[in-house]
Design a protein around this ligand. Structure first.
Ligand SMILES: Cc1cc2nc3c(=O)[nH]c(=O)nc-3n(C[C@H](O)[C@H](O)[C@H](O)COP(=O)(O)OP(=O)(O)OC[C@H]3O[C@@H](n4cnc5c(N)ncnc54)[C@H](O)[C@@H]3O)c2cc1C
Length: 381
C-alpha cells in the first residue's frame, strides 16, 4: 500500500494550483456576482490539458489517469467551484464519448472538447418530472430515415448554452422502460433545439444551468451513442466517474474553507487573544482538517479503483456522499469562525457556503448515493 503521490501527480498539482491561484481565484468573486460564464479560463484550461484528461492522446485527450483528474479537480474547486463543475461535466462527457462512442464519434467530438474549441460539453438527463427517478424521462427520439427526431424538455443542464456537444438521453422504445432509453450526441445549434432561460442559482453562479427544449430536433442517426436501449446504462456508468469529479471539487472547497478559517482565526483578536487560541475554534478547525483528510482519501481511492479497471460504483457513491456532506459542514464552520464577517461578501467563505450547497444535490442526491451504497452492500446491484 502506498499513500505517496507519484512524481507526475505532484507536478500536475503544482501546475494546476499555480494556474488556479493566478487565473481563477482573482475572478471567482466577480463571476459569482455577475453570473459570468468563464469562457476564457476554460479555454486556457483546455490548453493545459484539463478538459479531456482521461481520454487517450490519440483522440486529443491528455491520456492521464483518474487520480490526476481528481487531483486537478481539487485544485480548481479550491479556487472556483463554478469553473470546477464546468470542468467536471465536460470531462465526464469526453470520457462518455470515448468509452461508448464509435471511432467516428470520438474523432469528431473529443478533439474540439479537449482543445477548447468547444468551451464545454453537456450531459442532459434530468427532466421536470424525472430527477432522482431518471428512468422516468419522457423526451422521445423517433427514427426517421437517416435521422432521429427528438421531442421533449431537459432541465438543469450544466453549460447547456455554451456546450459544443451534449449527451442527451431520450426514449426510443417506451415499452421497454429504462431499457428503451438511448443517448444521442446533439450539437449546439441543432435544428429544433432551443436553449431555455438560465437558472438564477444560490451558488456556482458562474456556471451555466439551462433548460433545453427539443421540438422536432433532427439529429443524424450516426449520432446515436452506443446501441439503441443502452442509454440508461451509459448515463449511469458515466455518472459514476462524474461523482468522483464532484467529490473532488467538494474536497477543494473544503480545503479553501479550512485555509481561510486558519488565516482568519489567527488574525482576529477578541478578549485580547487571537480567536485561534480558543478551544471552541480549534475543535472546529480540527474537525474540518480531519474530515478533509478522510474525504480526500475516499475520493482518491475511488479514482484509483477506477484506474484499476475494477467496479467502483460503490466507492464513487461513498466518496461523493462523504465529501459533499463534509464540505457543507466545513463551509458552515468556516462562516461560524468568521463570525458576522463570514456572512458578508467581504470574505470568500460566504461564497463557499453557497457554492458547496448544490454538491449534495446534483449527480445524485445524498439520498440516492445512500440507495446505491445500500443496494451494493445488500447484494442487490
Ligand atoms: C446547479 C445544478 C446543475 C445540474 N446539472 C445537471 C446536468 O448537467 N445534467 C442533468 O441531467 N442534471 C443536472 N442537474 C439535476 C440534478 O441532477 C437533479 O436536481 C437531482 O438529480 C435531483 O433531482 P430533482 O431536483 O428532481 O429532485 P427530486 O428527485 O424531486 O428529489 C427531491 C428530494 O427527494 C429525495 N428523493 C427522491 N427520490 C428518493 C428516494 N427514492 N428515496 C429517498 N429520497 C428520495 C431526494 O434525495 C431529494 O431530497 C443539476 C441540478 C442543479 C441544481
Amino acid at each position: 500500500m502506498d499513500f505517496e503521490l507519484q512524481e507526475e501527480h505532484k507536478l500536475l498539482v503544482e501546475m494546476v494550483r499555480h494556474f488556479a491561484d493566478k487565473e481563477l481565484t482573482p475572478v471567482a468573486p466577480q463571476m459569482d456576482a455577475q453570473e459570468e460564464f468563464p469562457v476564457n479560463n476554460l479555454r486556457k484550461m483546455a490548453e493545459l490539458g484539463l478538459m479531456a484528461m482521461t481520454v487517450p492522446e490519440k483522440y486529443g485527450g491528455s491520456g492521464m489517469d483518474t487520480v490526476s483528474f481528481s487531483l486537478a479537480m481539487m485544485e480548481v474547486g479550491r479556487a472556483c467551484a463554478s469553473t470546477a463543475v464546468t470542468m467536471s461535466v465536460t470531462n465526464m462527457v469526453a470520457e462518455g464519448i470515448h468509452r461508448f462512442g464509435n471511432d467516428d464519434q470520438k474523432k469528431k467530438y473529443i478533439p474540439p472538447i479537449a482543445s477548447g474549441e468547444f468551451a464545454a460539453a453537456s450531459f442532459a438527463l434530468t427532466e421536470p418530472w424525472a430527477g432522482s427517478d431518471a428512468a422516468a424521462i419522457k423526451t422521445a427520439a423517433v427514427r426517421d430515415g437517416d435521422y432521429y427526431v427528438i421531442n421533449g424538455e431537459k432541465v438543469f443542464t450544466t453549460s447547456g448554452a455554451y456546450a459544443g456537444v451534449m449527451m442527451v438521453a431520450a426514449v426510443t422504445d417506451r415499452s421497454k422502460g429504462k431499457h428503451g432509453i438511448s443517448v444521442f450526441l446533439v450539437e449546439q445549434g441543432a435544428p429544433g433545439l432551443t436553449i431555455g432561460k438560465a437558472e438564477e442559482k444560490m451558488g456556482q453562479r458562474g456556471s451555466n444551468t439551462v433548460s433545453l427544449i427539443f421540438e422536432d430536433c433532427r439529429v443524424p442517426a450516426e449520432n446515436l451513442l452506443g446501441q439503441e436501449g443502452d442509454g440508461f446504462k451509459i448515463m449511469l456508468a458515466d455518472l459514476d466517474g462524474g461523482r468522483i469529479g464532484i467529490g473532488s471539487m467538494a474536497c477543494g472547497v473544503m480545503k479553501a474553507c479550512l485555509e481561510e478559517s486558519i488565516k482568519y482565526s489567527k488574525g482576529r483578536v477578541q478578549f485580547g487573544r487571537p480567536i485561534s487560541d480558543f478551544q471552541a475554534i480549534q475543535w472546529m478547525l480540527a474537525d474540518m482538517a480531519t474530515e478533509l483528510e478522510a474525504a480526500e482519501n475516499m475520493v482518491l481511492q475511488a479514482a484509483w479503483l477506477k484506474d484499476q479497471g475494477v467496479r467502483f460504483t460503490q466507492a464513487a457513491s461513498m466518496a461523493k456522499l462523504f465529501a459533499t456532506e463534509a464540505a457543507n459542514q466545513a463551509a458552515y464552520k468556516a462562516v461560524q469562525i468568521h463570525g458576522g464577517y463570514g456572512y458578508t461578501r467581504e470574505f470568500p467563505v460566504e461564497r463557499f457556503y453557497r457554492d458547496v450547497r448544490v454538491t449534495t444535490l446534483y449527480e445524485g442526491t445524498s439520498e440516492i448515493q445512500r440507495i446505491v451504497i445500500a443496494r451494493n452492500i445488500l447484494g442487490k446491484l
